[in-house]
Design a protein around this ligand. Structure first.
Ligand code: DX5
Ligand code: ZN
Length: 218
């Protein structure tokens, strides 16, 4: 199956956001990946609810909202109201992750859990069958354009085994440093969704970049 491609608008031209959103609308991409940063959970601040709402007004594809924030449970409802299809919270930001995952689902959204590079996948063993997507961070969250961490391949493999054992249909998303050199190996290891920020938006021909990623055989 062709991978799900989720361009991250973090690398887009914020002064021309509508144009950037329309570019993704007419591309072969599947989702919009929106990176929300609070300056606490990660050492950077990106954008928040008003910008998400503005994006949602023009986006014609599902919104995949990645919350890199402390106490994400306080903000689930507002992001659902922004039109989120999927909301991911960080394992490292939730004391009561099982509860938060169910709160996301009760709002009618798909529930994702993101893991920082240092967090082992086995920590999700008792929750995996209830999670719609696991986002494996392949860079330390906070910034686009960073170098891919090679250890991610092994994490994808382990996670895939865990998902298969549990009999669930949880998707594996890779976020950070995705490029044409690592996409194939990631998909072979079991990844389903590739997030790409700078690769897409800094390219001369973003439509071709997306189309090429879509064609990587899984
Ligand atoms: C990093 C973000 C990523 C980032 C990916 O904290 O979660 O989604 O935008 O950007 P690239 O593809 O440039 O590494
Ligand atoms: Zn992200």
């Amino acid at each position: 199956m062709a991978p799900i491609i989720a361009p991250s608008l973090l690398a887009a031209d914020f002064a021309n956001l509508q144009t950037e959103v329309e570019l993704i609308n007419r591309s072969e991409a599947d989702w919009f990946h929106l990176d929300i940063m609070d300056g606490q959970f990660v050492p950077n601040i990106s954008f928040g609810v008003p910008v998400c709402k503005a994006i949602a007004r023009h986006a014609q594809k599902p919104l995949d909202i990645h919350l890199m924030i402390e106490t994400p449970e306080l903000y689930l409802k507002v992001f659902q109201e922004c039109g989120a299809y999927l909301i991911s919270v960080h394992y490292e930001a939730c004391d009561h992750l099982h509860k938060v995952v169910n709160q996301i689902k009760d709002l009618g959204c798909k529930a994702g859990v993101a893991l920082n590079p240092h967090t082992p996948v086995h920590l999700l063993e008792d929750l995996i069958s209830e999670v719609d997507l696991v986002c494996l961070m392949s860079v330390n969250p906070g910034f686009g354009g960073q170098k891919f961490i090679d250890r991610t391949y092994q994490k994808v493999q382990k996670l895939k085994e865990m998902i298969n054992l549990s009999g669930s249909t949880t998707l594996i998303e890779i976020d950070g440093g995705v490029n044409h050199n690592n996409a194939l190996q990631l998909l072979n290891a079991g990844a389903d969704v590739l997030v790409a920020g700078s690769l897409v938006f800094k390219a001369e021909d973003p439509l071709k970049v997306i189309s090429d990623l879509k064609k990587v055989p899984a």
